[in-house]
Design a binder for this molecule. Structure first.
Ligand code: SF4
Length: 351
């Protein structure tokens, strides 16, 4: 594996003492920011590459971003939170997983693949939030790489954001822990999670495990996060009707009102040789989910399924939110309810 030593040096200059860890035998530190729970001897880094045991303490990312954009909140595949709002989304370097189709590999995998064309930009939490406010954003999102590996910095930024009245969201791979979820919850409203497969062997390809992701979805709901789930349907990985149908049933058992986004894979990174999956597969799985009682299922990234980006009332089927290309075009809610039959629509529709 090629190592990006220059980037390591840049990032090590931008750290602070972390709190998501416990002391183990022999002076080792056990990190609890993600489900890998790395045990780190003096000088060693976790498999994310950004948390390091140094001089008896855990040093964690702090005080920088690698990328930030202002876009619609829907661009993060968040559909039931302030539809049409602008969101500032920021990302950093490193990841606890190594998905071969990552959309942001130049950030998430830069420490493994190096060298990267991207660099860290120093920023204070207050200044980042001020940027969002000045850009008329109502939502602040941590995304692009895995935010939970920098949970302490995310919490610092989100603490300021909550004081300024913003809604806050982490866009996570879900390979999380109860400790990290509880740590962020006081300042975080939304847990948008990627559920990337339905079997452990699929998750082994990505460098993780299925069980902690499902546990994190349940725990996030229990803690009161608003949760939306995205499953990217990837050929040669998880594009199987029966397994995806079963995954829909698993999510429905947690909460039938929790939105489930079935997004079609697009050729990227190490899987650029593969084509997108057939729309019939996603339509079949979405149809089965609705028939089973799921209330909000969306299909994305396929031109022929544009109608399945809209929100309809689960009771009277009235069109309530019309979207195109990850933007809200029309909002016909009455508060947080159907304007026609008054059925409550789950989500965060007002601040
Ligand atoms: S956040 Fe990093 S150091 Fe901590 S457990 Fe996960 S991979 Fe290991």
């Amino acid at each position: 594996m090629q190592r990006s030593s220059g980037l390591y040096e840049h990032l090590e200059a931008r750290t602070a003492p972390g709190v998501l860890y416990e002391k183990g035998p022999g002076g080792a530190l056990r990190c609890s920011a993600c489900a890998h729970r790395c045990v780190l001897g003096e000088g060693s880094r976790g498999s994310c590459g950004v948390r390091r045991h140094l001089d008896g303490e855990l040093r964690v990312p702090h005080g920088y971003v690698a990328r930030r954009y202002v876009r619609s909140v829907e661009s993060n595949t968040i559909f039931h939170v302030l539809p049409g709002a602008r969101a500032l989304t920021f990302g950093m370097f490193g990841c606890d997983l190594r998905c071969p189709y990552c959309h942001n590999a130049n950030l998430s995998q830069a420490l493994r693949d190096g060298p990267s064309s991207e660099v860290p930009f120093d920023v204070e939490a207050e200044d980042l939030v001020q940027e969002a406010v000045q850009a008329d954003c109502r939502v602040l999102c941590a995304a692009y790489n895995e935010p939970m590996i920098a949970a302490e910095w995310v919490r610092a930024v989100f603490s300021v954001a909550k004081r300024r009245g913003l809604v806050t969201a982490v866009i996570s791979d879900g390979n999380s822990t109860p400790e990290a979820l509880a740590f962020l919850r006081p300042v975080t409203d939304v847990f948008r999670v990627d559920l990337k497969g339905f079997r452990e062997d699929q998750y082994r390809v990505l460098g993780g495990r299925l069980a902690p992701v499902l546990d994190s979805i349940r725990e996030a709901r229990r803690l009161g996060y608003w949760v939306e789930v995205v499953t990217l349907v990837v050929p040669e990985l998880n594009a199987e009707t029966a397994g995806l149908r079963e995954l829909g049933a698993t999510l429905r058992a947690i909460d039938p009102s929790m939105p489930w986004h079935l997004n079609a894979f697009m050729p990227r990174y190490r899987l650029s040789r593969l084509a997108s999956p057939p729309s019939s597969l996603l339509l079949d799985v979405a149809g089965a989910a609705y028939a089973g009682g799921s209330k909000f299922v969306y299909v994305g990234n396929l031109a022929r399924t544009a109608e399945l980006a809209h929100t309809r009332c689960p009771r009277c089927h009235e069109l309530l939110i019309r979207r195109h290309d990850y933007r809200t075009l029309e909002l016909r809610l009455s508060g947080a309810a159907c304007h026609r039959c008054s059925e409550p629509i789950a989500g965060l529709f007002a601040t």
